[in-house]
Design a protein around this ligand. Sequence first.
Ligand code: UT7
Length: 320
Amino acid sequence: MTHTRIAGTGSYLPARVLSNEELSRTVDTSDEWIVSRTGIRQRHVAAEGELTSDLALNAARQALQAAGIEASQLDLIVVATTTPDMIFPSTACILQAKLGARAGAAAFDVQAVCSGFVYALTTADALMRTGDYRHALVVGAEVYSRILDWQDRSTCVLFGDGAGALVLSRSDSPGILGAKLHADGRYTGILSVPGSVRNGKVCGSPFLEMDGNAVFKLAVKVLGELVDETLAAHGMARGELDWLIPHQANIRIIQATARRLGMSMEKVIVTVDRHANTSAASIPLALDLAVRDGRIRRGQSILMQGVGGGFTWGAVLARL
Ligand code: UT7
């Protein structure tokens, strides 16, 4: 039977750091409010002209190096993003060219907002098990700074820019153990960027809109259910899980999920303080930061879980 495993990880945060304190000089907020309600201390903002594919490129190069794989060996590139460089072609195709990856390799984007990375990883894993692919690059990359209304304190303090990547390689033993993906389109209105491009004009708001309380409640509910559902599908008990890597949106959502599951926060990876909510990039960013600081080690079990616009939610269970 064909299996896949995570061969290497990488991440990238733009150089420009925007602290809560700096933000409070331009919008009516405070470091105290942001930290106590969200756990966020700072976010990174892409430079003028720095595109999602550029962030993805930096994270991808690091993941390839960690995996010991050349870009020319990639058979598949999947990018999860809600902030693509352009309407088309996909950011994955643009990344393929920037990386100098093999022409003819498959490349496409996945759009599932903050659940995008778990959707992309599940898709890549499924393709590799059935198709003729040896190495895949899976990236989550976002420039949310460009879809935020910087005068709206209820949203602009929450998000940031960044990218995370991993190389998935075919293997004899299981690395990716399984996944659960869900969506409920009835909740489109609680988190969206409603605008669209029509006849040369942007129609509707091009900025992120959110009913924060509704998203909060739904996120805590589905994330709690998701852990049990995914573990049960693989006959694994909560105690056997080494690390939970939740979507990094709000420390209170993460703590509420851990409490609901009776999990110690010592087994939960938290990086939201450093980069705020980077949507599809948040899970691979958290994974890479925890691999590089030595917390997550080879052989350990990890559960990555995403939740966000759509409404979408999903989890991937893996052994590193
Ligand atoms: O990937 C999924 C994406 N989204 C999320 O995960 C976000 C989910 N939701 C949340 O994280 C939280 O609901 C928020 C952080 C957005 C809000 O936290 P909250 O504890 O639910 O606060 P609230 O919305 O109930 O607002 C409390 C107060 C309000 O003032 P009043 O009406 O009580 O006078 C807000 O106007 O806080 C005010 N407020 C702020 N004050 C200072 C809202 N934003 C700010 C701000 N600074 N940035």
